[in-house]
Design a protein around this ligand. Structure first.
Ligand code: SF4
Length: 216
């Protein structure tokens, strides 16, 4: 097992634990009539005891159904694919939970999209209600690298991006923070069936690897 070289400072760890405790109590979307009470269960992962300084932050769309059972994002097959990608990006599988801090545009499971295989995209109102949690997390973590997983996360930070194809394999530096767009690793994503798109993900991992080397 590879040990991270920088341990999370007590300041960051304690601030994250307090933030996560408050976040787990959030029922703002339920109070606004946007989620029912059962759905309104925020997923927040406290830092591992020997976590690396979490200067890499991953922002996804919203937790999936499995996360509501495991209380941990990316615990299933999609997470396994992400671990394989990130290994190419310089983050060993054993460090997956220690080297990255996980967040999302909204932190509660939004439910299925009626008549479709995927989950519902959280509404602009839900996104706005949840944004302060994300902003506070950024203030605590002060990430150097932000992995944007899926179009909602990408558009939240990079604006009206036309498609995954337009951005995966690129990186955007804003105020010293490097944003790396990625597709969602889910098996339902047909985008990943195209060899050119697989090559774009590999390029994104080369960028991540070069950044993780600088973080060491
Ligand atoms: S999605 Fe965000 S704002 Fe809405 S209830 Fe969950 S944690 Fe609160």
């Amino acid at each position: 097992m590879t040990r991270p070289r920088h341990q999370t400072t007590d300041r960051v760890r304690n601030a994250l634990i307090v933030l996560n405790r408050d976040l787990r109590d959030c029922r703002a979307c339920h109070m606004a009539g946007l989620l029912d009470e059962v759905e309104s269960v925020p997923i927040a992962l406290d830092p591992e005891p020997d976590a690396a300084a979490p200067r890499i932050l991953l922002v996804g769309q919203a937790p999936g159904l499995r996360a509501t059972i495991t209380d941990r994002p990316f615990a299933g097959a999609a997470g396994e694919k992400l671990r394989a990608w990130f290994e190419q990006g310089g983050i060993p599988r054993d460090d997956f939970w220690r080297a990255i801090h996980f967040a999302a545009v909204t932190r509660c499971y939004p439910g299925r999209l009626p008549g479709a295989k995927g989950d519902r995209v959280p509404s602009p109102r839900e996104q706005a209600l949840c944004r302060p949690w994300l902003d506070e997390l950024f203030e605590i973590v002060r990430p150097r690298v932000v992995l944007l997983v899926g179009l909602l996360a990408i558009r939240t930070f990079l604006g009206p991006v036309k498609s995954l194809t337009a951005v995966v394999g690129t990186a955007t530096d804003r105020d010293g923070v490097l944003y790396i767009p990625l597709p969602h690793p889910s098996g339902v994503s047909r985008w990943l069936n195209e060899p050119a798109n697989v090559a774009a993900v590999a390029q994104a991992m080369r960028i991540l690897k070069s950044e993780t080397a600088k973080l060491d």
